[in-house]
Design a binder for this molecule. Structure first.
Ligand SMILES: Nc1ncnc2c1ncn2[C@@H]1O[C@H](COP(=O)(O)OP(=O)(O)O)[C@@H](O)[C@H]1O
Ligand SMILES: [Mg+2]
Length: 597
């Protein structure tokens, strides 16, 4: 219950703007209860005066009034329930936007550590569960409590002695709710976790279908799904069984109550202390008393189940972005493109060892600098620090002499275009995919960028040309073609600094060389930092930095490094052999290419 309170306190502020409506809904419940009471009393009057007396003239008045009351009750019930759904969904909308917005800012390692399916489950199922706790929970509790008190009062008013006699059984409801709630919460939490696991397995499996088929992994994948699906089934069945047990138990207690009312009623009527109409009205009040009491009991269960979802959402919201905007940012300026790193050290959160250690170098505006080194040397990490996905633990990255931490994040991203290692595709047309580099770009600009990226020809050859629809994971285009679209996107962005992480990884050496010249043309006067172990580009670079185990080993031109850097000559070796063999060796050493297989 403490967790439920905490969860409630955390998400209640999000109902701001809906609280007025929640009050209106409770108002509707109150009016409904009044209407029900009126009709019960009218029913008692009909029984005693019209039915028992057999008088038609006594029928019309109460009947008309009853019809009127029923109409009002129906209208208010309709309004209240529609409004309740609307308010609840509005809350879900707002909460989901809120959580989604937060997740957008989280650092790369967060997404590497959480399975996609689990995140999907949190943003869908769990978000809805919180609504049960906050909006429906509050409205439901107030309404049920009001109805319970109201009908109990009505029963007491009619016959306090009889009412008290039937209330004796009430604690049984609470006892049952208490006994069941903990176990139901556990079952529902297990169910959500299993739900997320199933989504993850399906997602991973579909994303990896080639691996599955090529390596005959079908059975393993099926076993994986089966395991999660069984866990889900167990939790789901357990939850349903517990709920059902509770329901049926309550049912029996209710029957007990009804029987005691009838028993007492028979006694009273035979002694002439009560009319039949009054007894029926009394029984009706007691009958109306059950649903709200039952709801109150069940509400505890819903709340505990919802708390499970709330805790999972809270975990998302507690994950912090790795970088944040400065309080007092340096005003924007026309960026020249001088990038300097000083004493840079960085360790991923929770990683055992540092991925970068004491890296210092400066790139002048317009320079093309290559960063090379073995797999795992820290090259991609360097690109993440240059574009401020992370802040260094020690040292500083400067743009035109200003630390990146002193300018707004948007300014950094506007001025440094990143072409990451994995090709990123937006769900949309090729035109939109290129234009997202600079929203508002015109068609000729898009085409020019595509030409520079050596992408125009294959795009123009497609039946729908630039209007061809592509989406993440769809294979209408080859890896190299997608990469060239990504390059066109980065080119269109035309930021003064360009950071490329293995841009030629998916291209053969001919295509790779085709990229270099357009790159140079377009990037003249702009700073380009290209991470690559494709050293066929080495001679084009103004400077080459050799990274090894997070350290900057050496820096210089290709010729300088050949004479003095053993690590570099080892890296170059595969490219200095006869052409035919070169490509084969390159493919083997190219880890991204192996991954794509
Ligand atoms: N999210 C992460 N959490 C922990 N360690 C990481 C993470 N990403 C990369 N690393 C580690 O940092 C080192 C450098 O990785 P990376 O920069 O990707 O190398 P590469 O030079 O191949 O691009 C590697 O040892 C890798 O295991
Ligand atoms: Mg890398």
């Amino acid at each position: 219950m403490r967790e439920a309170r905490e969860a409630f306190r955390r998400f209640w502020p999000l109902t701001r703007g809906d609280r007025g409506w929640m009050l209106v809904i409770v108002g509707c419940v109150v009016v409904s209860a009044l209407a029900e009471t009126a009709s019960i009393l009218l029913f008692a009057e009909l029984t005693d005066n019209a039915l028992e007396a057999g008088s038609l003239s006594a029928f019309w008045g109460p009947a008309g009034a009853w019809l009127g009351v029923a109409a009002v009750g129906a209208l208010v019930g309709y309004l209240g329930n529609s409004l309740a759904t609307w308010t609840a969904e509005r809350f879900v909308l707002r909460l989901r936007a809120n959580v989604f917005g937060h997740v957008q800012d989280l650092p790369p390692h967060f997404f590497q550590r959480h399975r996609r399916g689990d995140l999907v489950e949190r943003l869908t199922g769990d978000v809805e569960a919180i609504e049960q706790l906050v909006v429906s929970g509050v409205v439901g509790t107030i309404s049920a409590a009001f109805s319970a008190v109201f009908y109990a009062a009505a029963a007491l008013w009619l016959r306090w002695d009889l009412a008290l006699a039937t209330f004796v059984l009430a604690p049984l409801f609470l006892l049952a709710a208490r006994r069941f709630s903990g176990r139901i919460k556990q079952a529902s939490q297990d169910e959500r976790v299993a739900d997320g696991a199933i989504t993850s397995v399906v997602e991973e499996s579909l994303g990896n279908i080639v691996l599955t088929q090529a390596y005959n992994r079908r059975r393993d994948e099926e076993r994986r799904l089966d395991k999660e699906a069984r866990a889900w089934m167990r939790a789901s069945v357990r939850g349903a069984r517990l709920s059902e047990m509770y329901e049926q138990f309550v049912e029996v207690v209710e029957t007990l109550c009804v029987l005691s009312v009838i028993g007492l009623g028979v006694w009273e009527i035979s002694a002439g202390r009560m009319t039949l109409g009054a007894l029926l009205a009394f029984a009706a009040f007691i009958g109306y008393l059950y649903p709200p009491v039952r709801n109150l009991g069940q509400l505890g269960l819903t709340v505990t189940a919802a708390t499970a979802g709330a805790e999972r959402i809270a975990e998302l919201l507690d994950a912090q972005p790795s970088v944040k905007d400065p309080d007092v940012p340096v005003p924007a300026w026309p960026v020249q493109g001088r990038v300097s790193l000083h004493g840079l050290s960085f360790r991923y959160p929770d990683a055992a060892r540092a991925s970068l250690r004491d890296v210092t170098f400066t790139v002048s505006p317009g320079e093309l600098v290559l960063v090379t080194g073995a797999s795992g040397a820290g090259k991609s990490t360097l690109s993440k620090l240059l574009t401020r996905f992370y802040d260094p633990d020690e040292g500083v990255v400067r743009l035109d002499g200003v630390p990146l931490t002193d300018v707004p994040l948007e300014f950094v991203r506007e001025n440094t275009a990143l072409l990451p290692q994995q090709t990123l595709v937006l769900n949309g047309t090729i035109r939109e995919n290129i234009a997202c580099g600079r929203p508002g770009a015109t068609d000729p600009e898009i085409e020019r960028a595509a030409r520079s990226a050596a992408a125009h020809e294959f795009i123009a050859a497609l039946p729908d040309g630039y209007g061809t629809h592509i989406a993440p994971g769809t294979a209408a285009l080859s890896g190299g073609q997608l990469q060239r679209i990504a390059i066109a996107r980065a080119m269109l962005r035309a930021a003064p600094v360009l950071v490329l992480d293995e841009p030629t990884a998916g291209l053969d050496s001919v295509a790779a060389r085709q990229i270099v010249q357009p790159l140079r043309r377009l990037m003249s006067g702009r700073t380009t930092i290209m991470i690559t172990h494709d050293l066929s580009l080495a001679r084009d670079a103004d400077r080459i930095l050799v990274v090894d185990e997070g350290r900057l080993l050496d820096a210089g031109t290709h010729d300088e490094l050949m004479t003095r850097c053993a690590a570099y000559t080892r890296l170059v070796e595969p490219w200095s052999e006869p052409a035919g063999e070169t490509t084969a060796r390159k493919r083997l050493t190219d880890d991204t290419l192996v991954l794509r297989l």
